[in-house]
Design a protein around this ligand. Structure first.
Ligand code: FES
Length: 552
């Protein structure tokens, strides 16, 4: 019986000797490629989740994948090498990942921003309105792109720059995952593998996404890109080595401090970006705040209108690296909290990302029955971040776990779904406690340095995909977010993408952001004298109030 291959959920008979690339095409799955399966573009990477031993040995073209123990292969290079068995794999574009494309409940949006783009039409000329330079001669439409280049996901918006209207949007998983799932491993990978492989891979995927948009790509004359400092700098072909070394600064910050540049913003052209847009297009990376508070956080400041905000507000984007901003138009403090991947399902025994099959809601009935809500409605496969927050909150509420994270009666595990063998260990609780401790310590340091209490903010914005799906009550019960009135907590979704879109339609707002970023005071948590005490307190599962001791 020949091998059966399942690629992106499509099953196909897989004869020995045929490449995974060819089989995927037969199954109707489009695998990204720019080199026509020559092993050069590295875009055709797939993740093998079953049957790695049934495949041909790695070729020289796959040396970059560090294959010992790695689940990744180039689909054009690896062939079925067995007459029997099952191989499961998926491309980096699974399409089921819950990717946050929208922003909501923001005080300003690109629709409410007066249209004033950096690229505009002047008769039959398309001109850079900042320098006055001609970009192209054309009487056709003028389009721009806003791109949120995240470590895990990438979201693209296409905007008509003459009307300001959103024309289309698209998203995909960041294909750089073969270089590691977090920022630090990508920095390590980029340093170890010269040749801009990470940049070229994401540019290849972006090119496919742009080509699929419903307009001629050469009518795209302006791009605003945001992302954390590492993702942004990799895209703009900057060395990211220094972001991974104490004191964790982007090369742009170092050059700014030496007077070699006037801003941490980056610019390039369509041609150099490797994107299929107009070769003279402007490609602009918004400025960063620090090595670990990036252009995505800066873009959030635009989206919440911080340059014009009189009230005290806070913005928190919870993730592997939680970014935090507190202040108003007069003074802003920022910090990044090294929370690690636990709240994204990483390092948790039955954890998983927010994909179909992830438990996102948990409730425990009076009789001890667990009721779960699953993304996509199918059978549960694991717990994603919002499910983990719910689970911790319910275990606390029902007394099955104490504030120190210990299970009742000395139990070492809690069974969430016995039929699917989904369980939760005290060891998992410890991982989440430490992630939470880092977040709370960041909050305490920034608020105490500002001289304010949690309750002093008028609005506490929860940005990003994780924050969007959290339940306020559960998050407050375990102390993941400050213990303040629900009305003050506003879940805004992808505020970074909205900020990028605002910068795309308005050069005035872009300029304002440059000025604002230069005034942000960055706090380094690891050198703060109060950090350790705040961290230890923050590891407890209690509501978090301002001060050095959490209160129950
Ligand atoms: S298709 Fe280009 S490396 Fe496989």
């Amino acid at each position: 019986m020949p091998v059966t291959l399942t690629v992106n959920g499509h099953r196909i008979v897989a004869p020995a000797g045929v490449s995974l690339f060819a089989l995927a095409e037969q199954a109707g799955v489009r695998v990204p490629t720019s080199c026509v399966t020559q092993g050069k573009c590295k875009e055709c990477v797939v993740e093998i989740t079953r049957g790695m031993g049934l495949l041909s040995p790695p070729t020289d073209s796959e040396a970059h994948l560090d294959l010992r123990g790695s689940p990744f292969r180039l689909s054009c290079q690896c062939r079925i090498a067995s007459e029997d068995g099952e191989v499961d794999c998926h491309t980096m574009r699974r399409g089921h990942m819950r990717i946050e494309r929208k922003a909501l409940h923001l005080p300003v949006t690109h629709e409410t921003t007066p249209l004033d783009p950096a690229v505009a039409r002047d008769g039959d000329r398309i001109v850079d309105t900042i320098t006055g330079e001609e970009i192209a001669q054309s009487s056709g439409p003028v389009h721009g792109l806003a791109i949120d280049l995240g470590t895990t996901t990438v979201v693209v918006r296409l905007v008509d720059l003459e009307s300001g209207e959103l024309v289309a949007d698209t998203s995909f998983e960041n294909p750089q995952r073969f270089g590691g799932s977090d920022v630090m491993s990508r920095i390590h990978y980029d340093t170890e593998h010269p040749g801009r492989l990470l940049m070229r891979t994401v540019a290849g995927y972006l090119s496919h996404a742009i080509t699929d948009l419903p307009v001629d790509p050469v009518t795209i004359y302006d791009v605003v890109l945001v992302g954390n400092s590492t993702m942004r700098d990799l895209f703009f072909r900057q060395s990211v080595y220094s972001i991974g070394q104490n004191p964790y600064r982007s090369i742009t910050e170092i050059e700014l401090a030496k007077g070699k540049r006037t801003t941490t913003a980056l610019t390039t052209t369509g041609r150099r970006s490797l994107l299929p847009i107009h070769p003279n297009a402007r490609v602009f990376g918004l400025p960063i705040i620090s090595g670990h508070v990036g252009a995505d956080a800066a873009a959030c400041m635009l989206a919440v209108n911080l340059a014009h905000e009189d009230r005290l507000v806070a913005i928190m984007d919870i993730g592997t690296n939680t970014e935090l901003l507190v202040g108003n138009r007069d003074r802003i403090l920022a910090a990044s909290c090294p929370a690690g991947p636990a709240f994204e399902g990483g390092a948790i025994t039955c954890g998983m990302p927010g994909l179909d099959g992830a438990i996102e809601d948990v409730a425990i009935d009076d009789d001890g029955t667990f009721r779960v809500g699953v993304i996509g409605g199918g059978p549960p496969e694991g717990l994603c971040g919002s499910g983990l927050v719910d689970l911790l909150s319910e275990l606390l509420r029902t007394g099955r776990m104490n504030a120190m994270g210990r299970f009742e009666d000395g139990l070492e595990q809690v069974i969430v779904d016995s039929s699917r063998n989904i369980f939760f260990l005290e060891r998992d609780v410890n991982e989440l406690a430490q992630a939470k401790g880092a977040n709370v310590a960041g909050l305490q340091v920034v608020f105490s340095d500002y001289g304010i209490q949690f309750d002093d903010v008028a609005v506490f914005y929860l940005a990003g995909g994780f924050g969007r799906h959290l339940k306020k009550g559960a998050s407050k019960r375990i102390g993941l977010i400050p213990n303040i009135a629900d009305e003050k907590i506003v879940q805004v979704g992808n505020a970074a993408l909205e900020g990028a879109t605002i910068a795309l339609v308005s050069r005035t707002r872009r300029r304002e952001l440059e000025a604002l970023v230069s005034r942000v005071e960055h706090r380094r948590l690891e050198t703060h004298p109060g950090f350790f005490d705040f961290f230890v307190d923050g590891c407890q599962f209690r509501p978090a109030d301002s001060g050095s001791r959490v209160t129950g």
